[in-house]
Design a protein around this ligand. Sequence first.
Ligand code: SAH
Ligand code: SF4
Ligand code: F3S
Length: 483
Amino acid sequence: MPKKYYIETYGCQMNVADSEVVASILSDAGYSPSVSIDDADIILVNTCSIRENAEQRVWGRLDLFRAQKKKRPQVIVGVLGCMAERLKEKLLESGKMVDIVAGPDAYRDLPMLVETAAAGNPAVNVLLSREETYADISPVRLGSNGVSAFISIMRGCNNMCAYCVVPYVRGAERSRDPESIIREAKEAFDMGFREVTLLGQNVNSYAWNGAVPEDEVTPAGLLKKISDQDSGHRFSNLVNGLTAPDRYPLTGKQEPVNFAGLLEMVASVHPELRVRYSTSHPKDLSDDVLEVMAGHNNICRHIHLPVQSGSSSVLKRMNRKYTREWYLGRVAAINRILPGCTLSTDIIAGFCGETEEEHQETLSLMREAGFDFAYMFKYSERPGTKASRKMKDDVPDEVKTRRLNEIIALQNEISAVSKKADTGQTFEVLVEGPAKKPAGAMTGRTSGNKVVVFRASEVQPGDYVNVTVTRSTSATLIGNLMT
Ligand code: SAH
Ligand code: SF4
Ligand code: F3S
């Protein structure tokens, strides 16, 4: 029987968290992890389908695994995650010698699938679930730095952005029991972790047991209410009012919990446990959440708020359900309620029908919002999505590349300016470990998620230290340890 597994992970943070769930399930079934492919009996690859090049990388890896299998025919190769869900049995027929195909909701079945494959039979489970959240499984933190841990708080996505494959490969949105989330955060703290990141495709719609997901309050309705009442604070009462238990009768003992409530609960686990979250959807980020952040210093002053485009007409074609003005209004609310909070984003260049003017609007929004960091991509058509069915991928590749390069160049400029402004300031830094260079230096991050490198001899990963910034590059702050 196979005994040792090796797992390789591609894609987003959710996949990293899922691989830790897979490790836990396999360990409970008696398998042990291996750090090298060469002595593994089972080779697993947890995959991503978000863009075509993400899938291309995995195909390349499968060629390498096939070579292993030619040397050691008893080796079992399994494809997990989003690509497994998208391509299903086709992976077995691909000629890549794949033995197991398991979608993101099928990981409890892995020990069975391994046995099936070991007996020489094809093993496939790509069923999506409406309930699975792996709530009871304590992740095995395999590749972690021992300081930062991911906690999945929900799975799936209901948003149907026109370009995006996630709803098809991850299924319907569902939220995880808050008690199990708090337990996991406490366990992480007790094990020495000092930072947890709460993960979901749209954390603002987290809703447990009858809580009103924030996305039921539409941007248009919210705008009206905010302008009617002119105060973010009264708006916060409004959301609290909506989630009152008497409006939403309880099925069990637990109170309904929305994202603002969950964030508050996790922040209360320990003042020395930093809390981050990702991803916020601009249409649903309410003042409520910003006010909870303002009330807890250990909730990090950083929000990842993917804008995708600065043009309202492109956003409409993308089915993002907000406008440029709405987005900038959310940025203004962040600056008002959380002064100094950093912002990062995702941008897609060259979506279907994107004109030069629409592209220019993205550049001007980037300047107005002043992002500290951005992930920037060329639009990649994904089979089965609304964009691939109903729209034309009509921006020529060289135009996409040129626009992407303009976006990247501008972001580098903005990032450098924002880092330069930190010179002379002192930040609390959570130490993560030795820096790659220079030798003897340590690295960590500020609450605003900026990477800091500094010289120190006595500090340990997990320590909080104060560092005064002396200079910066576009990606890193360099500073001196304060004593
Ligand atoms: N749930 C998150 C993002 C998940 S995917 C959100 O709504 O923001 C991460 C990023 O990949 C997206 O924000 C988007 O910028 C990018 N992306 C998704 N589909 C893409 C596609 N077909 N082509 C190019 N980039 C894409
Ligand atoms: Fe994709 Fe949109 Fe869902 Fe994000 S919110 S995962 S971009 S469909
Ligand atoms: Fe990729 Fe799946 Fe995440 S498609 S981005 S690994 S949800």
